[in-house]
Every structure is written in structure tokens, then in C-alpha cells.
Design a protein around this ligand. Structure first.
Ligand SMILES: Nc1nc2c(c(=O)[nH]1)N[C@H]1C(S)=C(S)[C@@H](COP(=O)(O)O)O[C@H]1N2
Ligand SMILES: [Mo]
Length: 200
């Protein structure tokens, strides 16, 4: 029977692969912080230390995860801070249209604010009840389950509010600006004219 939860071109592997570009960063809690900056309502940055971030109210969300290299993981259970709560705690300026999620070592991914606010979008510390392993984003990763996996930034350190769209790491390197797996938005050449910001 066809799997109706499988977007076009995807398959389910036996185990969850690890997928990223570059080395796994080491977590130094005393140096770690999380920031929300850019087009905030207050014009100032919001900052949390690791103990502060860890004491924010956590929620759980179960979702599927789709990587553009064609694997799909069903029913991942993520625990962490809902993106919608983060936006309440650190409100954007009314002109903000997109967020850039920033990781250690400068990896980034852009997401529309309405995509960021979708239910299931999480700043996750745990998966399936266990602390994230280092290679899966410890201590904190973004999960944007309704877009391809490269938007789910591991080793997340900041969210920047943008008043105009800008391409992130893979979006500048030929991948689609929005990345909806159900529409198979894999590559930037599939974008409609005017759909995204110009290629860097
Ligand atoms: N910081 C960072 N986050 C990243 C990546 C990366 O290269 N660097 N790769 C992305 C890609 S392409 C995918 S599919 C997912 C994979 O997550 P996983 O390793 O937990 O399966 O992480 C995403 N987050
Ligand atoms: Mo990916």
C-alpha cells in the first residue's frame, strides 16, 4: 500500500542518518548563549544563557522529517521550546517577514515567519525522550518539519528577524528558497521568478 505520509521521491531508511556539512561543534555551556536579534519590536537583542534557556517552558511535538537527499523519518518526538513561544518572548517588528536561523560556524537557513510560526516548529533539546546526541544538534536545534531538513538548523545559536528575505547557506548553493517537500521544492531553479531573493 502506498505510504500517503511519504512526499514524492522520498523513502524510509532503516535508521536515522546523520547529515550535516562540516565538523560537530563542542558545547561549552559557560560560553553558549542564544540570541534573537535583527528586526525585533524593541529594536534590541534578546539573550538567554544556557541555564536561562533550559528553564523556558517545554512542549512536545511529533512530526515527520524529510531530507532533500530523499530519506523521511516518521513520528519523531521532539521536546523543546515552541517557535511560537519564542516569538512571544522576543516579538518581531511588524515589518519582519522572515527569520534567519544561525548555527555554530556560520551555517544558516532562512524561513518565512508564517512557516516559523507553524505548529510543530520547535527549538528542540530532546528527540524521542533523550537529550540530542552531539551529531544531531546538541544542545539545541531548530526543527521545521514541514520543510526539507536543511532548514532544521542543528547547533542553533541565534534567530535573526529580517524585513526582507535573504538566502541561507544551502539556499545560496542551489537549493530551493522555501523547500516544501510535498511540492518537491528541492532546487533553486524550480523557483518561480520573483519567488525568492536573488541568488547570492
Ligand atoms: N548546523 C547545521 N545544521 C544542519 C545541517 C548542517 O550542515 N549544519 N544539515 C541539515 C540537513 S541537510 C539535514 S537533513 C538535517 C539532518 O539532521 P540529522 O543529522 O539529525 O538527521 O540537519 C540540518 N541541519
Ligand atoms: Mo538534508
Amino acid at each position: 500500500m502506498p505510504d500517503r505520509r511519504l512526499p514524492p521521491g522520498q523513502h524510509v531508511p532503516r535508521e536515522w542518518p546523520t547529515m550535516h556539512y562540516g565538523p560537530v561543534p563542542r558545547f561549552r555551556p559557560e560560553r553558549w548563549d542564544f540570541q534573537v536579534y535583527g528586526a525585533t519590536e524593541s529594536a534590541g537583542a534578546h539573550r538567554w544563557t544556557w541555564p536561562e534557556f533550559e528553564s523556558l517552558p517545554a512542549t512536545e511535538s511529533v512530526s515527520d522529517f524529510h531530507c532533500v537527499t530523499k530519506f523521511t523519518i516518521h513520528d519523531a518526538r521532539w521536546t523543546g521550546v515552541a517557535a511560537s513561544l519564542l516569538v512571544e518572548l522576543a516579538p518581531p517588528h511588524p515589518d519582519a517577514t522572515h527569520v534567519m536561523a544561525w548555527a555554530e560556524y556560520g551555517y544558516s537557513a532562512n524561513v518565512r515567519i508564517d512557516d516559523f510560526l507553524r505548529s510543530g516548529v520547535m527549538l528542540a533539546t530532546h528527540r524521542d525522550g533523550a537529550r540530542l546526541p552531539p551529531e544531531h544538534g546538541y544542545p539545541l536545534r531548530l526543527v521545521v518539519p514541514h520543510l526539507y531538513g536543511w532548514k532544521s538548523v542543528k547547533w542553533l545559536r541565534a534567530v535573526e528577524y529580517l524585513t526582507a528575505d535573504r538566502r541561507g547557506f544551502w539556499e545560496e548553493r542551489g537549493y530551493h528558497n522555501r523547500a516544501d517537500p510535498w511540492a518537491e521544492q528541492r532546487y533553486s531553479y524550480q523557483e518561480e521568478p520573483g519567488e525568492g531573493p536573488p541568488l547570492g
